[in-house]
Design a protein around this ligand. Structure first.
Ligand code: NIG
Ligand code: FE
Length: 417
């Protein structure tokens, strides 16, 4: 028996695709296909069909009247660190008083501080706090998300984090991909022997993580003060031998060769890119690696934004993700992120929309099933309150314009309006 839901009288549907695998590059990033006065028919967990109200099907089990409302595909957030033990607002205040992110990291704060706290936190507690963050981002429209480890920094604790992600995968209505990020920072006990830590990652962590099927990707924080391009290369090659594809942090703090090493290792994406120049843009143009920008990290650390405008103007496509984590982006709110991408990166609402939907889905390798409103894709939809347009949705930043979120064909989050 199929279960059907018919959404009728939709003011405008955004993000329709007839071609399911579309990655949007360059000028195509400003194209968003729309349909006014439309219906969408959902059967079980998939989009069965859509069209103009003049062709609306006769019946279905449930009818949702979306008069005056927009329907959008749920967001695809391709970079997050939502499994963590504690917030770090003390470091935020230290930064406001003049310390830099790197100074805080060097003094044992930052990622090492999060690792220390995670070590002393039970897996069950991590599940509770991460599940609550996940529910929160679902309520702001996220339907698919990548979640990294990286606050473990020992075999046991990295695996503990990835087991939390596995639990979320099985329990949450959101679609989740997991990345192993043992190379997030060198723990203090290996401070004078970083080679040993890299050996531990390669000989112990990667085989165990891959052996238990705990990760889809391998990440490395390839940046000044963290891991060098050579170290990154060694780790990514070891991960590839175990079937883990690369998806890395690159060029956040310095132009340190991360983009090149990511592309050489066929990374699915290179993320951050605040410190890139023309050379890196050229390297990306000659690759299949997806440049992913993280505007809320720049906003929160008060560092330059990745040159997304220049990247798109040069013909590249970008994915836009939250980087939700306790240190550099304690927010997973994509509507707010879209305002930052428009206002501070000078992207248009349409470019930003494609960055957090279809291009985000590509960066999660989920574009066959997510990221647009297409026949046969998973029914992950956002129904807005009564608002005029996508432009308005982003322009009126800070207001909550989402009425309900449907994941896998079921309404998950609903607000009164
Ligand atoms: O993506 N840059 C590296 N990792 C995270 C920050 C982690 C932290 O500060 O806890 C990021 O910004
Ligand atoms: Fe990150």
């Amino acid at each position: 028996m199929t279960n059907s839901t018919l959404i009728i009288n939709i003011k405008t549907v955004y993000g329709l695709h007839s071609k399911p695998f579309l990655f949007k590059k360059g000028t195509a990033m400003s194209v968003v296909d729309t349909l006014n006065n439309a219906y969408i028919l959902v059967e079980d967990n998939v989009i069965h069909s859509f069209g103009p109200m003049s062709e609306v099907p006769e019946r279905s089990d449930t009818v949702i009247d979306a008069s005056g409302c927009l329907v959008l595909p749920a967001w695809c957030d391709s970079h997050s660190h939502i499994v963590y033990a504690a917030s770090r607002e003390n470091e935020y205040v230290q930064r406001l008083k003049g310390m830099t992110y790197e100074q805080i990291s060097k003094s044992g704060g930052g990622i090492l501080n999060s690792a220390e706290k995670l070590h002393h936190t039970a897996e069950e507690q991590l599940i509770i706090s991460a599940a609550s963050r996940l529910d929160e981002v679902i309520s702001t429209g996220t339907g698919a998300i990548e979640i990294k480890s990286g606050y473990g920094l020992s075999t046991e604790d990295e695996i503990k984090m990835l087991r939390v992600v596995r639990h979320l995968k099985s329990e949450s209505p959101a679609t989740i991909k997991a990345s192993f990020l043992g190379a997030h920072a060198v723990p203090l006990r290996y401070k004078n022997n970083r080679k040993e830590y890299i050996k531990l990652i390669i000989n112990n962590m990667i085989p165990k993580v891959a052996g238990e099927g705990l990760a889809d990707y391998c990440d490395v924080f390839c940046d000044k003060g963290f891991f060098t391009p050579d170290e990154t290369d060694t780790i990514l090659k070891a991960a590839a031998r175990y079937g883990l594809k690369a998806k890395i942090h690159a060029n956040e703090l310095a132009n340190s060769g991360g983009v090149q090493v990511g592309v050489e290792n066929n990374a699915i994406s290179v993320d951050h890119l605040e410190c890139i120049g023309d050379e890196e843009i050229e390297v990306l143009k000659n690759s299949n690696t997806i440049p992913t920008v993280l505007p809320s990290c720049s906003f929160f650390l008060n560092i330059p934004y990745a040159p997304a405008r220049r990247m798109i103007d040069s013909g590249l496509g970008v994915a836009i993700a939250t980087d939700f984590n306790p240190g550099s982006s304690p927010s997973g709110n994509i509507p707010l992120l879209m305002a930052m991408a428009c206002n501070n990166m000078r992207l248009t609402p349409n470019e930003t929309f494609n960055g957090v939907t279809i291009n985000g889905a590509c960066a999660l390798e989920l574009s066959e099933s997510h990221g647009s409103i297409s026949q046969g894709k998973i029914a992950n939809l956002i129904i807005t309150k009564k608002i005029p347009s996508l432009d308005y949705f982003i322009y009126s930043f800070g207001s909550d314009h989402i009425q309900s979120v449907m994941l896998n064909g079921k309404i998950i989050s609903k607000k009164d309006f």
